[in-house]
Ligand binder design. Structure first.
Ligand SMILES: NC(=O)c1ccc[n+]([C@@H]2O[C@H](COP(=O)([O-])OP(=O)(O)OC[C@H]3O[C@@H](n4cnc5c(N)ncnc54)[C@H](O)[C@@H]3O)[C@@H](O)[C@H]2O)c1
Length: 334
């Protein structure tokens, strides 16, 4: 039996999700739902599905849906996720939501609580760390190749002219950053301190430095910007992750492209390029969504799914703590 999938919100990213489902041998896209009727119809024609302009209409139609991707956007790129997600979870349908889960913490908490109450799978598309290179680096950490971890440093930047709210940069981009850092720290953030700077000609906080203390003692640092992406040839692109331990260090460039292990006490480096054949960040959508598909096909327990709503909520709390730190000039404890 194929996994019958609905896509809610068929914009740029909804289409990205749809292409992954369409290419999967065990998935069938059965419904495309968009508040803009013409977009829903166009998407439905493209993917051979039924078109709906609301969740209520889709649920009332009786079409059998095993899982849904919620690819709406809204305020700070997450404001429209709440309502459709609540309606789907209430109907017992597993949801893969786009990031940010919500920049309104009480709403994020409600969605996570509802998924728990209904015992329904609820994941978030925190795709950056679903790469063969990140898995290999994580194996190195687990095997003890780096020794005891001391520091995690991440740079994530793109060019984005959006000025729609003062903290759009922090709230729209860095759900990914705190998720990647949490994955490698294997611990929760206990303290946060952040400084922001508006870039030249910008009216919003487009640059940030954050210091983090994790519960297990690891210290972290995030450098973020919406005026980044230096080196048109990709020499210093989207993201650079640098994880330092007592015996060695790794640097992972651009999520999947170049992974280098630097031993502390020997001379020879280990360089791995395009691990598993993954060459570009854009491929992380496929790798992440395929994990979600597998977990649904295997009926994985909702408490055991990868990059869950609960995981995403933890990242959102760090984001809000960064903003509070900047506004109060204090170190914020979580
Ligand atoms: N994971 C990533 O790397 C990544 C990258 C870029 C964007 N995103 C996220 O993807 C999401 C979508 O971004 P986009 O650029 O495709 O947005 P978009 O504005 O192009 O598309 C959103 C669509 O949702 C529809 N919509 C809104 N409310 C709806 C509702 N209640 N029911 C049905 N349809 C509704 C809109 O009509 C629109 O067609 C955002 O949350 C964004 O943060 C994620």
């Amino acid at each position: 039996m194929p996994l019958n999938v609905a896509i809610v919100g068929i914009g740029n990213i909804g289409n990205t999700h749809a292409k992954v489902y369409a290419a999967h041998p065990d998935c069938k896209i059965v419904a495309i739902c968009d508040a803009i009727t013409d977009k829903a119809k166009e998407g439905a024609d493209k993917y051979g599905a039924q078109a709906f302009s609301s969740i209520a209409e889709m649920l009332a139609s009786g079409v059998k849906i095993d899982a849904a991707s919620v690819c709406t956007a809204g305020m700070e790129n997450g404001g429209d996720h709440y309502q459709p997600t609540i309606e789907l979870l209430n109907a017992g349908i597993p949801v893969l939501g786009e990031k940010p889960i919500s920049n309104e913490i009480p709403k994020a908490e409600q969605m996570v609580a509802l998924a728990k109450e209904k015992n329904v799978r609820y994941g978030i598309n925190l795709n950056h760390r679903f790469t063969p290179a990140a898995y290999l680096a994580k194996d190195w950490v687990k095997e003890g190749r780096l020794g005891d971890l001391n520091m995690i440093d991440l740079t994530m930047w793109i060019n984005n002219p959006n000025e729609s709210s003062p903290h759009f940069h922090m709230r729209a981009l860095h759900p990914h950053s705190f998720d990647i850092m949490r994955y490698f720290a294997d611990s929760e953030v206990s303290k946060v301190h952040a400084f922001f700077k508006k870039g030249k000609g910008r009216n919003t906080w487009t640059n940030v430095h954050v210091n983090l203390l994790y519960e297990n003692g690891i210290i972290g640092h995030l450098r973020g910007s919406y005026e980044g992406n230096f080196g048109a040839a990709g020499t210093y692109g989207l993201e650079t992750l640098d994880v330092v331990g007592s015996n060695g260090r790794f640097v992972l460039k651009d999520a999947c492209e170049h992974l280098t292990f630097y031993p502390r006490f020997e001379k020879e480096l280990e360089q791995q390029d395009y691990v598993g054949g993954m060459k570009h960040f854009s491929e992380t959508f496929g790798s992440r969504i395929n994990v979600w598909i597998d977990e649904n096909l295997k009926s994985v327990d909702p408490t055991a799914i990868s990059a869950s709503g609960e995981d995403a909520l933890k990242g959102q709390k760090v984001i809000e703590a960064c903003i509070e730190s900047w506004e109060t000039g204090q170190v914020i404890s979580l």
